[in-house]
Design a protein. Structure first.
Length: 319
C-alpha cells in the first residue's frame, strides 16, 4: 500500500463512484476520502460532504486527512449545462479554481482533472480527430473543459503543480448511472434491453460518437496518474479512445442477446450537441507516452454489460 492520501470530489457521480472503489483497492480503504455535494449511502468508507464552490470547506477536508492527491470529478455535463449556461460555467470553473488553488497552497503531489470529447467543435476532422485539433466547442460544458485544460497546463508550467487529464469519450458502465450527458443513451439502452422494454433513443440511429467502457476508462485514468512525470508530455489533456459506434450499431450488438429488442428514435436537442462532436478520436499520444491501450470493443462491452445488468435486475426483483 502506498502513502498517498486521496480526495475524490464528485464521488457519487458516474465515474467518481467507480473510481473511488478502484482507488481504495489500490491505495487502501483508509487512504481514500470520497466527497460529493450530496450525502452518500454508496460509500461505506470515509465520506465528507463538499460543495466545490466552497473553497474553505475543500481546504478543511484536505487538512483534516492530510490529502496529497485530488481527483476533481464534479461538473455539470453537456446536455444539462445548456439549461443554465452561466451557472454551469460558474460551477465548472469556480470548482476547478478552488481545487487548483488548494492544491497549489498545500503543495499537493498530483491533481486529476477530467476533460471530454466536448472540447471539439464543428471545425475538426470528424473521424480520427487528432490530439492537437482546433478547439471551438459549442456547449458551455465544452467551453469550460477547454478553459480547464488551459488552466491545468498553466498551473503546471507556472507553479509546478502536477495536474493530469484525459479527454473522456462517452463512458459506458453497469456500476453507476450517468446524468446530464449527451452520451448517456449508451448506458440507458442496456438497462431497457435487459428489462426487455423498448427504448426511446434521443439521438438519430446513424450518429457515431466516441465511447469507452468503464473498466478501460478507470484503468486509463489510473495508468496516467501512475506514469512517471517525464512521460506526461501533454499538460492540457490527452485524447483517450475506446471505440466508436452509432445507436443502430449498439442496438445490433444488443440484438445478438435480445433479438426482439426494439428502439424508437426520437431525437431532441441533444442531437445538435452530438452532431458537433467527433465520430471518433485519435489517441496515439497517450499510447506513446504512457502505453495506453483499450481492451473493450463494442461486442465485448455488450456481453459484459448484459451479464452484470442481468444480475443486478435479478437481485432487485428478489428484494
Ligand atoms: N459524457 C459527456 C457528455 O455527454 C461527455 O463528456 O456530456
Amino acid at each position: 500500500m502506498r502513502k498517498d492520501k486521496i480526495l475524490v470530489i464528485g464521488a457519487n457521480g458516474q465515474i467518481g463512484s467507480v473510481l473511488t472503489q478502484a482507488l481504495r483497492r489500490s491505495f487502501g480503504e483508509d487512504n481514500v476520502v470520497a466527497s460529493d455535494i450530496r450525502d452518500s449511502e454508496n460509500h461505506p468508507g470515509l465520506f465528507e460532504t463538499i460543495n466545490v464552490l466552497d473553497a474553505q470547506r475543500i481546504a478543511e477536508v484536505v487538512d483534516r486527512y492530510h490529502i496529497t492527491q485530488v481527483y476533481h470529478l464534479a461538473a455539470i455535463l453537456s446536455a444539462k449545462g445548456e439549461a443554465n449556461p452561466l451557472k454551469t460555467w460558474d460551477i465548472n470553473m469556480s470548482g476547478l479554481f478552488n481545487v487548483l488553488e488548494v492544491a497549489r497552497e498545500k503543495r499537493m503531489a498530483k491533481v486529476f482533472f477530467p476533460s471530454s470529447i466536448a472540447v471539439f467543435g464543428n471545425d475538426v476532422p470528424r473521424y480520427g480527430t487528432p490530439q492537437n485539433a482546433h478547439l471551438s466547442p459549442s456547449t458551455v460544458y465544452g467551453m469550460s473543459k477547454v478553459a480547464g485544460e488551459l488552466w491545468s497546463q498553466y498551473y503546471f508550467q507556472r507553479y509546478g503543480l502536477d495536474v493530469r487529464s484525459v479527454r473522456y469519450p462517452g463512458v459506458v458502465g453497469y456500476q453507476s448511472d450517468p446524468g446530464g450527458g449527451t452520451t448517456d443513451y449508451a448506458v440507458e439502452i442496456y438497462h431497457y434491453a435487459v428489462q426487455e422494454k423498448p427504448y426511446q433513443c434521443f439521438l438519430k440511429n446513424n450518429t457515431p460518437l466516441p465511447m469507452i467502457y468503464m473498466d478501460d476508462a478507470i484503468r486509463g485514468t489510473l495508468e496516467l496518474m501512475d506514469a512517471s512525470s517525464d512521460k506526461v508530455s501533454v499538460r492540457t489533456s490527452y485524447n483517450l479512445a475506446g471505440m466508436s459506434f452509432t445507436p443502430e450499431e449498439i442496438t445490433n450488438s444488443i440484438r445478438s442477446f435480445y433479438p426482439d429488442f426494439k428502439v424508437l428514435y426520437q431525437p431532441d436537442f441533444r442531437q445538435q450537441i452530438a452532431d458537433s462532436w467527433p465520430a471518433s478520436i485519435e489517441d496515439s499520444q497517450a499510447r506513446q507516452d504512457w502505453n495506453w491501450q483499450p481492451k473493450y470493443d463494442l461486442d465485448a462491452m455488450t456481453a459484459d454489460m448484459i451479464l452484470h445488468l442481468k444480475e443486478k435486475y435479478a437481485v432487485s426483483s428478489l428484494t
